[in-house]
Design a protein around this ligand. Structure first.
Ligand code: ADP
Ligand code: MG
Length: 190
């Protein structure tokens, strides 16, 4: 790919939406997995910003042993990919990082969820945007609020900053600042 091709792939569409992804890992070298995911995103997206890194306990499900803690972060991207194509793209990244089909709540080397795609409200078999659990999860709302406290959740019609202030904490811990990603983002470039 030439530099010009790369620049095209990473540019956003005409009416560019602010797109936010949640990244989580609780298997293998979790931080390396997250870093790899951020790097792989740059094939089809520009990484606008990356949140701090957090640790959170795996959600406990009845009848399954508690999994290892997660490392979590949120990343803002700009991309030409429409929502369903973006979902397919993030699934290829999950596969590249080493995720294989497994039961729903099992430990995974990487999970990439689409949190927000601009103001879009999407409800299909494959994709729910805003992410169905966004308002309840400290490990996505807190890092999201670092990047975009003023962004409004198009269903809840409340600012992300407000939602993060009201969310119940379940053992969320700050691990490192945004430099963990080792990624030069558009924010860094000013
Ligand atoms: P989870 O993220 O819920 O722990 P998975 O990563 O296995 O579980 O995702 C299960 C399915 O959820 C995916 O195959 C995808 O089709 C669907 N899905 C629905 N909405 C979203 C979203 N906003 N982001 C990512 N996946 C989503
Ligand atoms: Mg997922």
């Amino acid at each position: 790919m030439t530099d010009a091709d790369a620049a095209f792939e990473q540019s956003a569409g005409p009416a560019s939406s602010r797109v936010f992804l949640a990244l989580g890992a609780n298997l293998g070298d979790r931080e390396a997995n997250l870093r790899m995911a951020v790097r792989l995103l740059t094939a089809r997206a520009r990484v606008v910003g990356v949140s701090s890194l957090y640790r959170s306990p795996a959600v406990v499900r009845e009848g399954t042993p508690p999994g290892p803690d997660y490392l979590n972060a949120v990343c803002e991207i700009a991309t030409k990919l429409p929502p369903h194509a973006l979902l397919r793209f993030v699934k290829t990244i999950e596969h590249e990082v080493g995720r294989r089909p497994a039961p729903r709540w099992s430990a995974r080397p990487i999970d990439i969820d689409i949190l927000l795609y601009g103001e879009e409200v999407i409800e299909t078999d494959e994709l729910t945007v805003p992410h169905a659990m966004l308002c309840e999860r400290d490990f996505v709302l807190v890092p999201l609020a670092e990047l975009a406290p003023e962004v409004v959740h198009p269903r809840a019609r409340r600012r992300v900053g407000e939602l993060a202030e009201d969310v119940a904490y379940h053992g969320l811990e700050h691990v490192a600042g945004p430099e963990w990603a080792g990624e030069r983002t558009s924010r860094d470039a000013g």
